[in-house]
Design a protein around this ligand. Sequence first.
Ligand SMILES: Cc1cc2nc3c(=O)[nH]c(=O)nc-3n(C[C@H](O)[C@H](O)[C@H](O)COP(=O)(O)OP(=O)(O)OC[C@H]3O[C@@H](n4cnc5c(N)ncnc54)[C@H](O)[C@@H]3O)c2cc1C
Ligand code: SF4
Length: 477
Amino acid sequence: MLKFVDVPRGMPEKRAADARRDDFGEIYREFAAAKAEEQASRCSQCGVPYCQQHCPLHNNIPDWLKLVAEDRLEEAYQVSQATNTFPEICGRICPQDRLCEGNCVIEQSGHGTVTIGAVEKYITDTAWEKGWVKPGKPIKERPESVGVIGAGPGGLAAADALRRRGFQVTVYDRYDRSGGLMIYGIPGFKLEKHVVTRRNGQLEAAGVKFVLNCTVGKDRTFEEIRSAHDAVLIATGVYKSRDLGGPGAGLPGIKKALDYLTASNRHGFGDNVPEYTSGELNAQGKNVVVIGGGDTAMDCVRTAIRQGAKSVKCLYRRDRANMPGSQREVANAEEEGVEFVWLAAPKGFVANETDDHVAGVRVAKMRLGAPDVTGRQTPEEIEGADYTEPADLVIKALGFDPEELPTLWGCEDLPVTRWGTVRTDHRTHMTALEGVYAVGDIVRGASLVVWAIRDGREAADAIAAKFDDAARVMAAE
Ligand SMILES: Cc1cc2nc3c(=O)[nH]c(=O)nc-3n(C[C@H](O)[C@H](O)[C@H](O)COP(=O)(O)OP(=O)(O)OC[C@H]3O[C@@H](n4cnc5c(N)ncnc54)[C@H](O)[C@@H]3O)c2cc1C
Ligand code: SF4
């Protein structure tokens, strides 16, 4: 049965129609097929596949576009899944404007990119519908076991690739659900949660074991995990939120982006989330100010709009051209009614006189000065131009740093960089600790799902190669 979803006040009708679209699956499936074929046939098969070169997984995009254009979808799926563990997830959330689509030759010649991500999503969604996506059960079991710490895209991509080769794989995660930021960070309107959970189901069906609600460093020591497995892969992501100081920084009503997004995602799962129900982590009816200019900030502003906020503003200390987030996401947010306040930096927070709750952000107006060593113009404060931006809910989205794993895990010999990320050999992903590998954000710093997938697949190759080499040496002796 068709049903409408609630569309928040203030959302323009075009966007409202888009938001409703998912509930019209029956109608749009036909539309999507026509659209995918039409888009795929726009590919000129240029012979210099910049799209493929700029995809971190080097997906064979021209080949699967050609197969879609010829209505050979099952073959397109086989080509697409050969290089990507989660094509339907990347198709939904890769910043394609900075990767494959931004480098499409047709885009470069001013005729609008082939919508590669949408076609990739369509191919694999169809494969799921038709039952072509099968659990990666191995042909032959191997005795070696691998412990993966962290069930985000990096850990899961490695788990999948190792299990297909017959390794005994156990994934440990501190959350109650597997998926990492794909489950509790990225909002459901960008990445529907069933798309992630059905992948978890496939991994379980293939024989991957999950130990959830298990924080390594607390519930189990790192040494326990190491001694239980022949190899260990660290894929714990980056979770230490960058913070803000200034007067009033500790006022109630000032929240971290990930706490806000996690509450919203948990509510979407039907969990009991007291902070959401009480309004503490819910934007409904509020004047919301989000501080930051990256993709996390964009997710917060767009979530606040969907929760029915009275107003949503995004403060960023540089201008639009210098924003780190995807321009496509900024345009989406603007269309949905978010107001961007450029060249604006928080200086402090003001409280309600009655209850001491946050009532506004003291904002310093900025201008862009001389470029710094990285070539980026440094924001400078304009003296005497401060003002107060009213806010009942302030969300800090200033980025993430790695947690101090060597200290938290009592493993001082785990090598880290000066930024706290785990140091690895960039080809094998192995650390200086024998049999310990690391991938994804904990190595790169806050990055992208597609890079975590690539790392996970490469680490699985390296782990398998190492055991194969060892087996060959033993056989020769
Ligand atoms: C709000 C938000 C939106 C984003 N949107 C996008 C997007 O649209 N597109 C995109 O490509 N990327 C996006 N990203 C980035 C992307 O989510 C990450 O780059 C990616 O998830 C990193 O994968 P990972 O496997 O390294 O780590 P994560 O996904 O962070 O997974 C790490 C896992 O390790 C677990 N863990 C951590 N410490 C321990 C421990 N001690 N013991 C046990 N388990 C532990 C965590 O619970 C978590 O499940 C977004 C990030 C955020 C925060
Ligand atoms: S994985 Fe990402 S970058 Fe690669 S083709 Fe798909 S959408 Fe583009």
